[in-house]
Design a protein around this ligand. Structure first.
Ligand code: NAI
Length: 467
């Protein structure tokens, strides 16, 4: 029988990173995934293909609407969606192949098949066509990720009613696209199809977009998206859908109850969150503890209630983000190897890759108020940043929240061009337990967008230079 020190079930960003780190630490490791291609949701049908389409659609929209302002005249601009999708697929293929290369380099054994736990030390892998094999292991890391949440009454067919998977592969821009959920997926995919010519309507249960984000940032972002052509039906829930030959008729109702209305559209994207995916793993038979929503329960060392079985990533509680899963993968592998791996959950950035981007780390103002923490705010608009003006990217601002007494940074929020990269500075300073003054006293290159982070830090103490 095959024997390993560590078997990782699931080859997404959590699983494949855990496998590589464990192998780096000298352990004999296998990584099992049933998809046939490693990389999980993120590389195959999530982060990577969506970012490829976001970039392509942004170039299309900029060519149509932006270049003239730079003194560049173009003729007819045509969309070749097939070529755009082909490029997206090439990016996915190259990156998923890259994981197999990394496995080879690090001596991780890749196994394609569906894993089922027989005990903490034995796994059966169903390889298809009736073939299966049993493997033995000292430890198991479950990294099986998540799947989209459905809405009762809406049957996903990935053609007219789609999840993010179908939304990444539509054969033409729908005339009207209804999005259910103004979260990460809804706003990113809504931006893609709006830029490619669809009329996009976003239906959100709460009376604001991005419920977990800082309210001021979300409000300013909503205004920008409306200017870009998206429309919003906030405080609204979807109670039914009828699919016909020409499209879908949705029944909408105010979230607080009241008169229903209907909305006709060509395609509906359901993006109301994701839930842990653990089907077929055999968790019930081993009595691995899960919470009410199905998240696997782990201790601070990522171990479940069964000794030797660990879990990381989207299938355990916490933000469902690839980089959170990666960091947990590293920490879990280090713990299994006898080291003291650790994840700082207070410094995990969240980024929405729209244009402008939205990035956030740590506490929002709403959270600080609710927790009764005395804080100071420093803000700086990109309209006052020289480089943003050169780039014609003046929308948005940087906002830093610091403890009123100690000046320690408690949260950072950026709405603007390249916010996802700019937030990294605030994340690093938070990781070191740093203060707004630390950023304010650090020399930033000129002219760069990062000077706005410095100015927001200066503004915490009421002394920005450029506003
Ligand atoms: P989400 O949690 O970001 O947003 C879901 C939205 O749907 C929320 O605003 C919620 O209030 C709303 N909602 C829930 N039920 C509803 C209903 N019945 N009717 C109307 N609105 C309803 O979830 P999303 O966008 O599906 O993304 C799933 C996960 O994937 C998230 O946890 C996110 O972190 C991750 N993701 C991350 C990305 C990134 O890092 N850029 C990109 C895409 C997804």
């Amino acid at each position: 029988m095959e024997r390993y020190d560590v078997v990782v079930i699931g080859g997404g960003p959590g699983g494949y990173v855990a496998a590589i780190r464990a192998a780096q630490l000298g352990l004999n490791v296998a990584c099992i995934d049933k998809r046939g291609r490693f990389g999980g949701t993120c590389l195959n049908i999530g982060c990577i293909p969506s970012k490829a389409l976001l970039k392509s659609s942004e170039k299309f929209a900029q060519t149509r609407h932006e270049l003239a302002a730079h003194g560049i005249e173009v003729g007819d601009v045509k969309l070749n969606l097939k070529a755009m999708m082909h490029r997206k697929q090439k990016v996915v293929d190259d990156l998923t192949n890259g994981i197999e290369f990394l496995f080879k380099k690090n001596n991780v054994t890749p196994i394609v098949g569906a894993a089922c736990l027989r005990s903490a030390n034995r796994i059966t892998v169903k390889e298809g066509k009736g073939n299966s094999r049993d493997i033995e292991t000292k430890t198991v890391v479950i990294a099986t990720g998540s799947s989209p949440v459905d809405i009762p009454g809406l049957t996903v067919d990935e053609k007219k009613i789609v999840t993010s998977t179908g939304a990444l592969s539509l054969s033409k821009p729908p005339d009207t696209l209804a999005l259910i959920g103004a979260g990460y997926i809804g706003l990113e995919m809504g931006s893609v199809w709006s830029r490619l010519g669809s009329q996009v309507v976003v239906i959100e249960y709460f009376d604001r977009i991005l419920p977990g984000m800082d309210g001021e940032v979300a409000g300013a972002f909503e205004k920008i998206l409306i200017k870009q052509g998206l429309s919003f039906k906030l405080g609204t829930k979807v109670t039914g859908a009828k699919t016909g030959r020409s499209g879908v008729k949705l029944t909408l109702e105010p979230a607080k109850g009241g008169k229903t209305e209907s909305l006709a559209c060509d395609v509906v994207l359901v993006a109301v969150g994701r839930r842990p995916y653990t089907a077929g793993l055999g968790l019930e038979d081993l009595a691995v503890a899960v919470d009410q929503q199905g998240f696997i329960q782990v201790d601070s060392r990522f171990q479940t209630n069964i000794s030797g079985i660990y879990a990381i990533g989207d299938c355990i509680p916490g933000p469902m983000l690839a980089h959170k899963a990666e960091d947990e993968g590293v920490a879990c592998a280090e713990i299994i190897a006898g080291q003291s791996g650790h994840v700082n959950y207070d410094a995990i950035p969240g980024i929405i890759y729209t244009n402008p981007e939205v990035a956030s780390v740590g506490k929002t103002e709403e959270q600080l108020k609710a927790e009764g923490i005395d804080y100071r705010v420093g803000k700086f608009p990109f309209s006052a940043n020289g480089r943003a003006r050169c780039n014609r990217a003046t929308e948005g601002f940087v906002k830093i929240l610091a403890d009123a007494k100690t000046d320690r940074i408690l949260g950072g929020h950026v709405l603007g061009d390249d916010a996802g990269s700019l937030i990294a500075e605030i994340v690093s300073v938070m990781e070191f337990g740093g203060s707004a003054e630390d950023i304010a006293r650090t020399c930033h290159g000129h002219p760069t967008l990062s000077e706005s982070v410095k100015e927001a830090a200066l503004a915490v103490a009421g002394r920005p230079i450029h506003i």
